[in-house]
Design a protein around this ligand. Structure first.
Ligand code: TTP
Ligand code: MG
Length: 354
């Protein structure tokens, strides 16, 4: 049987602003803009309080100040945001073998390998893992393709999860405005509206040959497909492989550190084998445990002297085991080597920079 794709799109909520609110408690309850406070500065983002005044990204700061004279403006701290981005991408990698980052705060995750599990529970576990790693919330869209997943992640912000009902994809998107179609910007939107296409359903119902005369071959086919919930774009893992991991889901739950330690042995061997084949060493080791209840995952990691030796990887992983909780049955364990360095390079020479 052909397994349908399961794609998640995850996007952080008011990303820059949420980080500033996290790091500076005095900003938590005020309308806040992150952006350059010069005469010609623009809003990079605003927190949800400020958005209530009509403030939004890319708006001139002067306009935003008129809308809300009390708004607090802080300059961006790009290196901090990039650090948080690395953290969340690391979390995504512990959930999916194939992720495609789109910007600092969003990515597609191919979750097809979790076929049979409840996607909502997986999404909740992912939100919990992001929250644990960063103290920040995110929103997740779930669908059978990229277009639907991305469209959904925006529907219940902040801290929302939206899944397209299987089999009812077309009906679900039909009432939404044409602006929600991937690739439709202000100009195309205007054109569609002037032709009388107000909703995605209007585009879906249009005759393709009529649409072609109105919009041309490429655009008409593209929009007609999307309106019929069709999108064949694959997930493109653009990034270099930053880690090598191996994990197993067990039929029978594990309960003790001893059982977990034993279960990790073959994974240390797997990881060592891949590292040797690629002539890499891992400068860090990460252990992941997923509990049976609620799919909640925990990961623990530590930096190590770069190695590709299975026994060393395993012993280093053992040092992480005591920091997990064992009061609930465990259904999955995994071991990952990260911070990969060229096995033949002189020490300290990092191969992959993010
Ligand atoms: P977005 O995900 O578009 O916005 P957001 O995370 O702030 O808010 P939302 O909850 O609606 O997702 O963009 C992510 C970050 O990118 C944002 O925090 C700041 C930056 N950004 C800009 O600098 N300029 C822009 O025009 C936009 C749209 C975003
Ligand atoms: Mg965002």
């Amino acid at each position: 049987m052909l397994v349908p794709f399961l794609i998640f799109h995850l996007d952080m909520d008011a990303f820059y602003a949420s980080i500033e609110m996290r790091d500076r408690p005095e900003l938590r309850d005020v309308p806040l803009i992150v952006g350059g406070d010069s005469r010609r500065g623009v809003v990079a983002t605003a927190n949800y309080r400020a958005r209530e005044f009509g403030i939004h990204s890319a708006q001139p700061i002067q306009v935003a100040k008129r809308k809300c004279p009390d708004v607090v403006i802080v300059p961006p701290r790009m290196s901090v945001y990039a650090g948080v981005s690395r953290q969340i991408m690391g979390v995504f990698e512990s959930f999916s073998p194939t992720i495609e980052p789109l910007s600092l705060d969003e990515a597609f995750l191919d979750m097809t390998h979790e076929h049979g599990q409840d996607p909502l529970e997986l999404a909740k576990a992912l939100q919990a893992a992001v929250l644990e790693a960063t103290q920040l919330t995110c929103s997740i869209g779930i669908g059978p393709n990229k277009f639907l997943a991305k469209l959904c992640s925006d529907l219940k912000k902040p801290n929302g999860i939206t899944q397209v009902p299987a089999g009812l994809e077309k009906e679900f998107i039909a009432p939404l405005p044409v602006r929600k179609l991937w690739g439709v910007g202000a100009k195309t939107e205007e054109r569609l509206l002037s032709l009388g296409y107000l909703t995605i359903g209007d585009v879906a119902a249009a005759d393709l040959s009529v649409l072609r005369d109105q919009l041309g071959q490429n655009l008409s086919q593209h929009l007609h497909n999307l309106a019929h919930a069709i999108d064949h774009r694959p997930i493109n893992p653009e990034r270099e492989r930053k880690s090598v991991g191996s994990e197993t889901t067990f039929e029978k739950d594990l309960r003790t550190p001893r059982e977990v330690a034993k279960a990790l042995q073959p994974h240390a061997l797997d990881v060592a084998r891949v590292l040797a084949k690629k002539e890499l060493k891992a400068g860090g080791v990460r252990v992941k445990i997923r509990y049976t209840q609620g799919f909640v995952s925990q990961t623990r990691q530590r930096a190590i002297t770069p190695t590709q030796d299975a026994e060393t990887l395993w012993k280093e992983a053992m040092l992480l085991l005591e920091s997990f909780e064992y009061n609930s049955p465990i259904r999955l364990v995994g071991l990952t080597g990260y911070d990969l360095v060229d096995a033949n390079a002189p020490e300290q020479l990092r191969l992959f920079k993010f």
